[in-house]
Write a protein that binds this ligand. Sequence first.
Ligand code: SF4
Length: 224
Amino acid sequence: MGRPSVFLRLSGCNLQCVWCDTPYTWNWEGAGFTHADGGAFRKADEQLVLPVAEVMRLLEGFDCRSLVLTGGEPLAQQRRLAGLLHELSEDWTIDVETNGTIQPSSELRDRVSTWVVSPKLGNSGLEESKAVVPSAIESLIATGRAFFKFVVRSGENIGRDVGEISAFVDKFGLRGDQVFLMPEARTPGELEARESEVAASALAKGWRYSDRLHIRIYGGGRGV
Ligand code: SF4
């Protein structure tokens, strides 16, 4: 957190979380999905289709050499991503944010520095059988470079969220320092209202707390 980085946000997702903070990456008109915000987005307004060479040109224009692949679900496009990562020089640090339902290919496993895995709880509106794919989770753990970030609610719902996370941690044998709780929040006001309670829960369980620095600094803005 705080390291200057380029975020490459890939469109499309194999899940549809009701509170998703990037529904413009997948909730397109005509798709028939449900999202708490209601309206769908025009795909033509939201999606750029770029060849790898053009993405490379854009990346080389930045001063920093830290790339975060996010989405949507970036691993849904991992075959093309492998081509991009093959082209990037070794001085680039590459992190991937994933929902943890897709096994990474060997090309990505060899090149990615950190896997930020964000499994979805019942608060996402998804069935556990869809949100948790054990073979994919185990494959990510086996890299030795995976951290797990759970989006949790506050108030009366936090106990249920923490209970689900505890069961997940036990099931996959995660260490406490691999587990982060992050408040569900899309505005600075929501973050401030929820941070203390979520941080206290993380401390009580021997896990870590993750802030939403981009919301604190930039509000809910896009492209920053
Ligand atoms: S997995 Fe992530 S990108 Fe996909 S719908 Fe859920 S929150 Fe949004």
